[in-house]
Design a protein around this ligand. Sequence first.
Ligand code: PTJ
Length: 259
Amino acid sequence: MTEIPKNHPRYESLMAREQIVAGVEKGMTSRQGLIAQGRGEAFDYLIGENTTEGAAYAEAVAVCLLLLAENPVISVNGNAAALAAAELVMLSQLTGAKLEVNLFHRTDERVKKIIGELKENGADVVLGENAEPLLPLEHERAKVERDGIFDADVVFVPLEDGDRCQVLTDMKKLVIAIDLNPLSRTAQTAHVSIVDNLKRALPNMIDMIPEFRNMNEEDLWEIVDAYDNNVVLMDAIETMKENLTAKQNEILGIDEDSD
Ligand code: PTJ
């Protein structure tokens, strides 16, 4: 692992890279996961490497939905496991959501390694080893467990690659996604799209749980029902446009505050 000094201006981002590289070295993360991380970094740069108001709102709604769900499942892939295994386990414990490993570049070895990582971080049970091709997809993401994603009413998919999200919504499941790319099929298809870095979104969600845990179902549904995912997606795109314009003005020496 490359030693990154804490005062490096890009410390957080470089550390996340190291985590993904370590995930590949451990056999949990796919090599393609390195590319996915790079794409995420680029969008994170555009959003300002901060949790926007819109993302915080989506995170709150996601927490409400997880608390309301009868059979919530958190789907874990190689990138999520490398970046935030402890937080995924904590979120599952605090909301009662099951953890299931579901991979695009699936191998039994990777599934076992990710389950091992989640258990090392405190998980008791992790589904995924007994997955069957139950989803109408022609790739390995079709393999899910009957008691897990197949039967879930709410599925939380941190870092997804598109078509499974569509299939899950077609199956009338409510889907929460984390994806820094607001233009992706996943972000456009999910019911709640969190346009934020997984590494910020999960701790935010964990911190929000005490605020919602004791609310009655009616109040939680009111929050969920008032939510419009398109507004959140538009907000993310608007923030990116504003950040690009501000940078452009800075390069051109235009003072935004002057008339
Ligand atoms: O472990 P596997 O085999 O299931 O494979 C996992 C990856 C992520 C490789 C696979 O699902 C994949 O190829 O995904 P994509 O199509 O590259 O999509 C990943 C999305 O996540 C992209 O839109 C990225 O912008 C986004 N992303 C990447 N890193 C982060 C992120 N979003 C939030 N936080 C991140 N850290």
